[in-house]
Design a protein. Sequence first.
Length: 179
Amino acid sequence: MSWLDNIGGLLQQYANAQGDSQHTKVEQDYDEVARHAPREVLASGLSEAFRSPQTQPFPNMLGQLFAHSNPSMKSSILSTLLATVGPQVLSSILARHAGSGVPNQLGVGQHQLDAREADQIPPSVIEEMAEHAEKQNPSVVDQISDFYAQHPTVVKGLGAAALGIALNHLSKQKRGGLF
């Protein structure tokens, strides 16, 4: 039995949803899909939600996810963003946030921050970095989606609309025979 056999009926419920899903158990359904679907399939749905005009902009959503991530996850997200924008952008953003209690020398010149350092970065800095990163390399959205596809519990914090969009996208992919 394939993963799709386990959740095909569940995805069908989202086939005609418009993203503002009124489905009362969307978080529970997302959990079920996340248990069965391959990571790349979940990542595809998350990318769709991040890019949807029916959700907040990607930088805001990433800031929200970052706020609810553990320090190790934060370090991975920062590394992904730093690989796209470079450490000088982080230094510049940190300098603008100097009065917010964040050490402005944090990560200066580094392409990676450890978990302890990453945990000191506020979500507003991540939002600015994500905005720069998305402009420089739109595929960063797919990279972030792939990362968070491995962490469905955190993703549920995006809310029913984003999860509904992700599930709707997966149901369309299923109908199209793409997986």
